[in-house]
Every structure is written in C-alpha cells, then in structure tokens.
Design a protein around this ligand. Structure first.
Ligand code: GLN
Length: 453
C-alpha cells in the first residue's frame, strides 16, 4: 500500500531519491515467514521505514544529495541501518536531503527539492525534508533523519510531524556520512510521539564502532511516551527563544501548548540563556570547519564521481581532484568548505575556530544553569511556518537564521524533540513546539511530547 502511495504522490512531493521496491517486499515476506514459524519478533517487525540518504545502506545507493556520490553503493550498513534490519523493518528507500545535510529547505539537493505536502509551493524543511515529507504525505509511517543543527526538528515542525534528536552519542554515527562529527546525531521521524519513541529504542544504544557512542543504558523513552505524565515537571521557557523574530501564529500556538502543560500539572518557570545570541555565529564557524575536513575524502579516487579535466592528456591527480570537486559539489557545499578552510587556517584558527569553541562552552554553561531550575526547556521549533520555495535561496544568512532555536542543542549535545502545536492563523500551516532536556534524559522529551498529543 505504501509503495502504491509513493507511485501516486511522489512525482509531486519528491521525498525519495531511491525506492527499493524489491528489497522492501522481500524483507516484509521474510517477517511474515518468521512470524508464521512462531518466532518472537520486535514490536516494529514488518513496519516499513524510509532512511535519509546520508546513512550507508549495503547494496543501496547513498548519495547524500550530492553529484559527487552519484553511483556509489556502500559495501556495508550503518549500525543504525543494521539495527533496523535486525528488528525486521523493511527499508522502503532513501530520502532526499540538502547536499551533505547543509540547508534548511532541501533546495540544496543536487537532485531537486522535496515539497511540503501541506502546500507544494513550500519547503518541507531541511536538511531532512525528504524524511519529513515522506511521513507527512503518508508514504511511510516512520523515517530516519539526522540533526546537526536542526535537520530533524525543523522539518518536523514545518510538516506537522514529530522528530527527535537524541542525546549526542545516544545513537551510533557509524555509517552516517559525517557533516560535522561533533554535532551530527541520527534520530526518528514519525506521526506520533510513541512511534518515535519505539523507533528511538530500536536505533539507540552503545556501538563499539563509534568512539563517541555513549556506553550507558538507553533512557526509558517508550515508557515515558506511554505514561505522558508531566505532573510536577518544571517547564522552562527560554526568554531568548520567544517573542521577537517569531511569527505571531507560531508564538500563539506555542503559548497555548504551554498552557496545556500547565493544565496537565506542570509548573512554568522562565529561564535566560544569554549566550544563545552568539549560537548561530559559533555554529556557522564550527560546522564549516568540521565539514571542510570531513569532505576532504571526496578526492575522486575513493568514491563515486571522477571527472577528467578538459583539454589535458595526462592530468595529475590534483587536476582530476579539482575538476571532480568543481563539478561534484554544489554552491552551498563550496561556500562552507571555503569558510571552514579559512577558519582553520594558521593565523585565523584562534580568532575564528578557537573563539567559536569558547562560545560553545558558554552555551553549554547556559543550559546547565537553566536545567538547575527547569526539568525541560521549551520554545517554538522554528521561527516561522514553511516558507516558499526560492524565498531564501539567494540569501544564505536568511536561510541560516531559520536555525536559531534548534542549533543550541547541537552545540551542547543535549536531546531535543519537535511536536506539532497546531496551525498558524496567518497561513494555516503547521507550527512546531520544541522540548529540550539534559543529556541522557531523552525520556523527558517524550513525556512532554506525548502530553501534548
Ligand atoms: N540548517 C542547518 C545547516 O544548514 C542544519 C544542518 C543539519 O542539521 N544537518 O547547517
């Protein structure tokens, strides 16, 4: 049924870069067989899922939305993908994304943008707009996203779906093509909070293949989603992430959601995180720095595309590399490689990269102080509802500003969740409510999120 749905709607929505009809049906048949044989199976066995094209999938193309990886088929599964398969979850296909996960709209995908099912002229968020739109357009009940600066939460917000970024290190990054290694985190996309919790449990847990993987029990996310209990919980409203700069209709739905939590027994406190003012600036130095280093491996020798430079009989390796990177990377990727290489270069390192790392510490300190008086922090997930395709494409700063509420969590490594808060009055489009919790207290996100459903 889902494959039929895809055949009917994905020409317009363009959630997928690759659909694996045969693989998905074979995996589903396998689950049927095991069930008939009386095997005890996972709760999500047989539930199909779509996976963002940034995760390595054995035997399935993995492009990261880039021409430079066109034709690359990984010889191995990411740990997360292996866990999906072990749970018996058929993989429907790979979802569209901004090239190497750089963006907030999917307009930076080399294969064309995905569209928002609520209004096809609008963006489905980014970078994981394929994963949000695949769920919002009922092509898949679940999807995997990755969140380096909001790429799970912001797409969830603008498509009226649920998305969670687990604690940094909570889900293995082995086989996730790195954007910024100290910020990247994979997580669930779904239509309900409990669905995300069930998926979170499948993919989380220690992995010796990832040196930053947390070796501790997975937080009780499913239990928290089932109980949906916020009585006595202290909810902190972050002063810097409300009011000015936030669309009136988004703010109104946020205020109502807070009132709903109060009615359910929560207590509201106001907190201030003054260093958040510098979060965007720090993020857009740290991210390009790490990305410029991570993307150096696309050298025309190891993966995907190789372009012969024009007019040279015997080009050097460096000339092939330059021609390939010129043809294979899009403008946004080049912009960030140049920015990151500059920020890391000798003479500038301390002034840019070093300062950004100090700001990162101040932001973590702000969170630590806020969590002394609040159990969770809340804000609108994104300042606006879905903007129109093309609206911010020529203005990188405007695109970056969309991440204001989501990136502090990545800089501090803490978990975050976006749940739908209703439709904004001005445009009738979905708005998102963000919940943040201390590291490894992911269960609190699900308790609050479920209480709002
Ligand atoms: N919009 C952010 C960026 O462009 C989000 C990135 C992400 O989370 N992958 O960097």
């Amino acid at each position: 049924a889902l494959l039929d749905r895809t055949a009917a709607v994905d020409g317009a929505v363009h959630s997928y870069l690759h659909v694996d009809e045969d693989g998905a049906l074979a995996a589903a048949d396998d689950v049927d067989r095991r069930r008939a044989a009386g095997e005890s199976l996972h709760a999500l066995a047989g539930v199909p899922i779509a996976v963002k094209d940034v995760m390595a999938t054995k035997g399935l193309p993995t492009t990261c939305g880039s021409r430079i990886l066109e034709g690359w088929v990984p010889p191995y599964d990411a740990t997360l993908v292996a866990r999906l398969r072990a749970a018996g979850m058929p993989i429907l296909g790979k979802t569209n994304m901004d090239e190497f996960a750089m963006g907030s709209s999917t307009e930076h995908s080399a294969y064309g943008p995905s569209r928002n099912p609520w209004d096809l002229e609008r963006i489905p968020g980014g970078s994981g707009g394929g994963s949000s739109s695949v769920v919002a357009s009922f092509q898949a009940p679940l999807a995997i996203g990755t969140d380096t600066g909001g790429s799970i939460r912001q797409p969830a917000a603008v498509t009226g779906t649920v998305g969670a970024k687990p604690t940094y290190g909570g889900v293995s990054r082995y086989g996730l093509v790195a954007l910024a290694s100290s910020l990247d985190q994979a997580g669930p996309c779904s239509r309900t909070v409990l669905d995300s919790a069930l998926l979170h449990e499948v993919i989380a847990g220690h992995d010796p293949m990832d040196s930053t993987s947390v070796d501790a029990p997975v937080p009780p996310v499913v239990e928290a989603a089932r109980r949906a209990d916020v009585s006595g919980m202290r909810i902190g409203i972050v002063r810097e992430l409300t009011g000015e700069g936030f669309q009136a209709g988004v703010q109104a739905r946020f205020d109502e959601a807070v009132q709903h939590l109060v009615d359910a027994g929560a207590e509201v406190v106001e907190v201030s995180c003054p260093s958040f003012t510098y979060a965007l600036a720090a993020y857009y130095l740290i991210l390009p720095s790490e990305a410029s280093s991570n993307l150096a491996k696309f050298d025309a020798m190891r993966y995907g595309l190789r372009v012969a430079p024009d007019g040279l009989d015997a080009p050097s390796a460096e000339q092939v590399m330059a021609a390939t990177r010129d043809a294979g990377f899009g403008d946004e990727v080049k912009r960030r490689i140049i920015l990151g290489t500059y920020a890391l270069s000798s003479g500038y390192y301390d002034a840019y990269y070093g300062s950004a790392q100090k700001v990162r510490r101040l932001i973590a300190d702000d969170f630590a102080r806020a969590f002394e008086s609040a159990d969770v922090l809340v804000s609108p997930t994104a300042p606006t509802t879905a903007f129109r395709l093309g609206d911010k494409l020529d203005d990188p700063m405007a695109m970056y500003l969309n991440d204001i509420a989501t990136i502090p969590a990545n800089l501090a490594g803490i978990p975050g969740l976006s749940v739908p808060s209703g439709l904004a009055d001005e445009d009738g489009l979905p708005a998102g409510f963000q919940v943040l919790a201390p590291a490894m207290a992911d269960d609190r996100l699900y308790a609050v999120g479920a209480a709002l459903e």
